[in-house]
Design a protein around this ligand. Structure first.
Ligand code: MG
Length: 331
């Protein structure tokens, strides 16, 4: 990541600092306090982009204890008001926002505070959405929290993974599906991925694509289809962390792909590769597949496997992951 730093000649306040970066901002951008850590599904802010009836969309952290945070009251999906610091059941402002550029028109004074001068007015005008989510939250604004963050962050970032077979789990297995127009999503499939994203799991796809070895379509088609699926998921605030596919088959007609491979399920190769690349937490990781070969791959990789026989994938997933995972040491 390339980071540019805009230095204030005079303290400009949080909104003033944003105005200093005006020439670098897109029409919609993410704004995040540099010192708060909130482990939530950032894409959950994205579905609101389908509409234009808001200027800022704030991520709110639910279930945070302690009296040093201001609290936020929601009326439906909009923030109705900000309450003074104190312990209560209400969520707190996590300091992470999706912002429309027109916000800049409201920053007229210097210095200018986002929290004190801008957000209350936006809320009063009905221009401030809030999305409340559960997730480990650290406001790294005091030395003890800085200390805690050093120790806790590695544990937060190590997460269990759900490995999903593709054909027969995410989309109906209609045989060698390789174009968007052939995809019939399984009921609840997109919502199931979103559920797992919100729950703090990595979500991977592991799919045999023997159609490549058989010459029915190319790797380009597989990748283009996965990009398209990812786009569909994004619109719903969901995402796949990585797609792994195996193009090989021992009886392929395309010579480059005619081979026995440990990556082809029931081999565990794809799962083992992802485990290595992402440093996942094996305890709590599992696979969902619609064939015995999926379950054999899971067993070979040392993780649990669950057979999905059709129906609604969200219902199936919610039985396996009823709630967001709890992280030791988090609020
Ligand atoms: Mg399958």
């Amino acid at each position: 990541m390339k980071v540019e730093v805009a230095v204030e000649a005079e303290p400009a306040g949080t909104a003033g600092a944003l105005a200093l970066s005006a020439d670098r901002l897109d029409d919609v951008f993410l704004l995040a306090n540099g010192d708060s850590f909130f482990d939530f599904n950032w894409l959950s802010l994205v579905p609101a982009l389908a509409r234009d009836d808001w200027t800022m969309h704030a991520a709110l952290a639910r279930g945070v204890r302690g009296g040093r945070y201001g609290r936020v009251e929601l009326a439906g999906e909009r923030i109705s008001r900000f309450l003074p610091k104190g312990e209560s059941g209400l969520p707190i402002n996590a300091g992470i926002y999706l912002v429309r550029r027109r916000l800049l028109e409201r920053i007229r004074t210097a210095p200018c505070s986002l929290e004190n001068d801008i957000l209350p007015t936006l809320a009063a005008d009905g221009e401030l959405l809030g999305h409340s989510a559960e997730g480990a939250f650290i406001d790294i604004g005091v030395p003890e929290d800085f200390e805690r963050a050093q120790l806790a962050l590695p544990a937060f970032l190590r997460r269990p993974a759900v490995f999903l077979d593709r054909d027969g789990v995410l989309n109906h297995d209609d045989g060698y599906v390789h174009r968007p127009d052939q995809v019939r999503w399984v009921d609840g499939a997109i919502a199931a991925v979103r559920w797992l994203n919100d729950a703090g799991y990595y979500v991977f796809v592991v799919t045999n694509q023997a159609g490549v070895a058989r010459g029915y379509y190319g790797e380009m088609d597989v990748r283009a289809l996965h990009d398209w699926m990812q786009g569909e998921l994004h619109r719903a605030g969901a995402h796949i962390d990585a797609f792994e596919y195996c193009p090989y088959h021992p009886e392929g007609t395309v010579e480059t792909y005619r081979r026995t491979s440990d990556f082809r399920k029931p081999g565990p190769g794809m799962i083992l590769k992802l485990k290595g690349d992402w440093g996942i937490d094996e305890a709590g990781s599992f696979l969902i597949g619609d064939r015995d070969s999926d379950l054999q791959a899971a067993a070979g990789a040392g993780i649990a496997g669950h057979l999905f026989n059709g129906g609604n994938l969200l219902n199936f997933v919610r039985k396996l992951v009823p709630a967001r995972r709890r992280i030791p040491g988090s609020d």
